[in-house]
Design a binder for this molecule. Structure first.
Ligand SMILES: [Zn+2]
Length: 208
């Protein structure tokens, strides 16, 4: 079962997967609303075992450390973004765009090391570079969590550090293929409303 916790203001949407064996939170978001979000989460599950970040931007990963401290959760991010997250590098946009002092999580596991384990929890990772080089999308049953790669009526910015329009175009085509082949019924973006059957055709008109 997957639960959406809507991001307030510029915070990202958080997705909680209540699994049979592990509870997984995707993109915990800004630290600001930690207490309120925690309360919401605890209404659904007792523990968070794993955090997966769709990319290292501060509005997605800024509260990773709080979940690591509170639950002892394992923090996972694409191999390319491990060091950005650990060092709160400029790629996280923490000081640049958000004007904040980021507290990185103490330990970060590269995605490449846990892909097989995640498959056991029905989680499949799709590499979707473009918004950042290490951006990923996540398939869980018939849902597709797209981070800042694909929104309901637009795509993520490609002008931040490590972003690339060419990469993003490739990723959108890749997601279109997956949505069709895997019968995806929910598109769950990092900000705003869920996508729908018009999302891809609309976005392709903008990009191509
Ligand atoms: Zn982002």
């Amino acid at each position: 079962m997957i639960y959406k916790i809507n991001g307030k203001w510029n915070d990202c949407n958080k997705y909680l997967i209540k699994g049979e064996r592990k509870n997984i939170l995707i993109d915990p978001g800004l630290p600001d609303d930690f207490d309120a979000t925690l309360k919401e989460i605890k209404g659904i599950v007792k523990d968070i075992d794993i955090i997966i970040n769709t990319h290292c931007h501060y509005d997605h990963s800024g509260s990773d450390y709080l979940y690591q401290e509170y639950f002892g959760a394992t923090i996972i991010i694409h191999d390319r973004e491990v060091n950005h997250l650990k060092n709160a590098s400029e790629v996280t946009l923490s000081s640049g765009l958000f004007h904040r002092n980021m507290v990185p999580p103490k330990e970060v596991i590269p995605l490449g090391e846990v892909l097989e384990e995640l498959k056991r929890y029905n989680i499949e990772i799709i590499e979707t570079p473009g918004h950042t080089k290490g951006s990923i999308s996540i398939i869980y049953r018939d849902s597709l969590i797209t981070g800042d790669t694909l929104f309901s009526n637009s795509v993520g910015r490609w002008d931040f550090p490590t972003g690339s329009l060419e990469d993003l175009k490739g990723s959108i085509l890749k997601l279109e293929d997956i949505i069709n082949k895997k019968n995806i019924s929910s598109i769950l973006p990092g900000h705003g409303e869920d996508g729908n059957k018009y999302t891809l055709s609309y976005v392709k008109k903008l990009l191509f």
